[in-house]
Write a protein that binds this ligand. Structure first.
Ligand code: FBP
Length: 334
């Protein structure tokens, strides 16, 4: 029988030999994974346990929260606050950084997360996910908001869990991208996709076409050329997908290439894009770059942006390298 590598074995082997490896990071990751298994179970049971539908509340983004937005946020917080590995947390669903309760020790990491990405898909039984980003922090002090506002290049780990036909974890610690599939029978994530690499070229794009009239000229030009197919300057046909779940779009791009755009939107100058830098764009950018792809606002590399607030929004363009380079080129010519 072939030996199956569990996530725990994979992480311990990756950490072995690192000069400052104390096991704290392994514990933190283990706790995130435990939370995600609980979320996977809730998402899977859906209407059977009454978790679908809206709650009577809005989050900091002014979006109506789903019941599962609140439940999954609580699952993450409760799985992480006691461990002693964290100095603090930040969540899409909570306005300010979440403090570690006084009775627990504070640790050397910060975690930022979107507990349920793509939650508009939950009631129609499509793929959703949890996204997380891990940063180091000053040990033993109460982190201020400023301590969280660090460039994506400073992430020590990023990952997302996909609750789809199977539950999968995609992970990077800066040494490539690996994906693990949850074996529901034994409750373990098993390494199933080693060292994932995004094909450099592709002919598939993902964008919400209903926002077309609000796009800037470089994005409009790129999509117009894709849609023109063999009759246009690209001389080939393109395919389109839009799941409306960032986790699902990124996973598709990791497996067969392509490009995803949630570009700058001229509708509302106070919102430069829809997606959030710190717990959506940054972790995805770390993963995409580690898999050989690119991630940009169209004008700047996502990982080089200096965040101005925890819930900051950014334009997001990610995927196969040559396609992202082309769009950056169109922005430079604009
Ligand atoms: P949430 O975090 O509120 O779920 O929003 C993020 C997101 O769902 C992304 O996963 C997805 O790419 C995008 O919004 C879909 O946006 P739209 O509603 O324009 O299709």
């Amino acid at each position: 029988m072939t030996h199956q590598v569990t996530l725990t074995q994979f992480i311990i082997e990756q950490q072995r030999g690192l000069p400052d490896a104390s096991g704290t990071f392994t514990l933190l990751l283990n706790n995130i994974v435990t939370a995600c298994k609980q979320i996977s179970h809730r998402v899977n049971c859906g209407a059977l346990i009454g978790v679908l539908g809206s709650a009577e509340s809005e989050n900091i983004q002014g979006e109506v929260q789903k019941k599962l937005d609140i439940i999954t946020n609580d699952i993450m917080v409760n799985a992480l606050d006691w461990s002693g590995s964290l100095g603090g947390m930040a969540s899409e669903e909570i306005d300010d950084p979440i403090k570690i309760p006084k009775q627990y020790p504070k640790g050397k990491y910060l975690v930022l997360f979107d507990p349920l990405d793509g939650s508009s898909n939950i009631d129609i039984n499509l793929t959703v996910g949890t996204i997380f980003s891990i940063l180091r922090c000053r040990e033993g002090v109460e982190p201020e908001t400023e301590d969280f506002l660090r460039k994506g290049t400073e992430q020590v780990c990023a990952g997302f869990v996909l609750y789809g036909p199977s539950t999968m974890l995609v992970l990077t610690t800066g040494k490539g991208v690996n994906a693990f599939t949850l074996d529901q029978d034994i409750g373990e994530f098993i390494l199933t996709h080693c060292n994932m690499k995004i094909p450099e070229e592709s002919s598939e794009f993902a964008i919400n076409m209903s926002n077309q009239r609000f796009w800037e000229p470089p994005v409009k030009r790129y999509i117009d050329e894709c849609v023109a197919g063999t009759d246009g300057p690209r001389g080939k046909d393109f395919n389109m997908r839009w799941v409306a779940s960032l986790v699902a779009e990124v996973y598709r791009i990791l497996t067969r290439g392509g490009i995803f755009l949630y570009p700058h939107d001229l509708r509302d100058p106070s919102k430069p894009g829809k997606l959030r830098l710190m717990y959506e764009a940054n972790p995805m950018a770390f993963i995409i770059e580690q898999a050989g792809g690119m991630c940009s606002t169209g004008r700047e590399r996502i990982l080089d942006l200096k965040p101005s607030s925890i819930h900051q929004r950014v334009p997001l363009i990610l995927g196969s390298k040559t396609e992202v380079e082309r769009i950056i080129g169109y922005h430079q010519q604009d």
